[in-house]
Design a protein around this ligand. Structure first.
Ligand code: UD1
Length: 429
């Protein structure tokens, strides 16, 4: 098990390239099995969650060929089962997209309950409600979810009771080859939903309204393979913006879509950071002290919950008292706060609201990544702290950030990735 050792206090300067969007790739790669010929997918992030999806595709029988680190050719014609094996699929949340993709391909799917980061209860009732509206029966046991329909799925009107990214995309996958019209109301509007719709439409699907809260899907008989490039990762970009805002400095963040970053940029500007937008880049400059602001996480186009831990780190060193309201996930999304407190942060959590009194500086400590984005927040906290920070459980960070240590070192940070020494108990057991 590796850890990051970060010597804090260095300002960040230079340029950083943002990788393809994790949450788009995790839906688009399963969607390839809807096609009746090979797909070439470009700008795939080199992260462990994507590797797990590739393993599942191979286990289903697809032929997967790496053209280079970020480009894959996938031939779905050899897929020969509708059962997703337990071991790989139970590691990640996004394995649930194989339910929609297999239903779209062959009207039947047996998929393990999804794993992923623990933000508390992560139900999939809205996914199942959608499949059942499309004419499917569902059977659950403690490990597996079996969904199937006798004959073709039938288009339906589906109103989501909560705005769910996963349910919106999963229903799109299942409905794309269903008979007739499916309408998803109260749909999520994240950039990766638009990306999935664009991919499906290039393959021959008829999806309209993605990016609004009403998505219409007119079923088609077949889909064909295409070459497609995944959009840039909004959250990875936001994380580097937060890192520069924390340490101070001047960094050009490249290969991004500035429109996707507006809710993050607005908050950084409110805190005293300068943001200059280009066509496919933003420059982040921070010279003066940060000042307080209040943040409430919301579905897109609101402030993303996946940027909540990173912005909280900034607020720990901002002048004044700030509030962060987590309205998407449960209180579990504040688990990392205990780690920040050990670095000297002054934070009180009451249910879904964290109150943060800005302090002069954080101090290096040994901290754990409690989940993917919390891990990124620990790295930012290490960059800005006095002394040395040891970030443990970095396998969470590697699930969603491509080469984060190398990218930060390229900006002037001092980070080593080294094996964590074994504890005395581990040595004698
Ligand atoms: C995705 C992202 C995750 C991000 C989240 C919200 C992936 C792999 N993960 O997760 O990083 O934090 O969007 O932007 O893309 N809900 C229900 N019933 C359901 C589904 C969801 O009640 O059937 C609730 C959840 O408990 C949560 C809220 O809806 O409170 C949003 O969840 P959802 O948008 O579905 O998150 P994911 O798609 O799992």
């Amino acid at each position: 098990m590796n850890q990051y050792i970060i010597k804090g206090g260095k300002k960040l300067y230079g340029e950083v390239n943002i990788s393809g969007a994790k949450n788009a790739a995790l839906a688009i790669l399963p969607a390839v099995i809807l096609a009746d010929s090979p797909c070439r997918i470009e700008n795939i992030p080199d992260i462990s969650d994507v590797k797990t999806i590739m393993t599942i595709l191979s286990e289903l029988g697809a032929e997967v060929e790496y053209i280079d680190t970020h480009t894959l050719k996938i031939d779905p014609r050899t897929v020969n089962t509708d059962i997703v094996p337990y071991e790989s699929a139970s590691k990640i949340r996004a394995s649930y997209y194989f339910i929609g993709a297999l239903l779209g391909r062959c009207c039947k799917a047996v998929v393990p309950f999804p794993g992923g980061c623990n933000f508390g209860v992560r139900p999939i009732d809205q996914h199942l409600k959608g499949f059942s509206a499309l004419g499917c029966d569902t059977h659950l046991d403690e490990r597996m979810i079996a969904v199937s329909s006798d004959g073709a799925l039938k288009g339906a009107n589906i109103y989501l009771d909560v705005v769910s990214v996963g349910a919106t995309m999963n229903i799109m996958l299942a409905a794309v080859k269903a008979k007739g019209l499916t309408v998803i109301e109260n749909a999520a509007r994240e950039p990766h939903i638009v990306d999935l719709a664009n991919f499906l439409n290039m393959m021959g699907a008829d999806v309209s309204g993605a990016g609004t809260d009403t998505i219409k899907i007119r079923g088609v008989a077949s889909l064909h393979g295409v070459t497609y490039s995944i959009i840039p990762d909004q959250i990875e970009a936001g994380t580097y913006m937060a890192a520069v805002a924390a340490t101070g400095g001047n960094v050009l963040i490249k290969n991004i879509t500035p429109k996707h970053l507006e809710s993050i940029s607005v908050k950084l500007i409110e805190m005293g950071v300068t943001i200059e937008e280009g066509d496919d880049c933003v420059r982040v400059i921070r010279e003066d002290s940060l000042v307080k602001c209040n943040v409430k996480t919301m579905p897109h186009p609101g402030f993303p919950t996946d940027m909540q831990p990173q912005i909280t780190v900034l607020l720990t060193i901002a002048q004044g008292t700030s509030m962060v309201n987590e309205s998407v996930w449960e209180d579990n999304r504040f688990k990392y706060v205990d780690e920040l407190k050990r670095m000297g942060a002054n934070i009180t959590v009451n249910g879904k609201i964290a109150t943060i009194e800005g302090v002069e500086t954080l101090k290096g400590a040994t901290v754990s990544s409690t989940d993917l984005r919390a891990g990124a927040a620990m790295v930012i906290a290490g960059l800005v702290s006095q002394g040395t920070t040891y970030v443990e459980e970095i396998q969470y960070i590697e699930r969603g950030y491509e080469n984060i240590a190398e990218k930060l070192i390229g900006l002037g940070a001092e980070i080593d990735c080294v094996p964590k020494p074994r504890s005395l108990i581990e040595k004698i057991s």
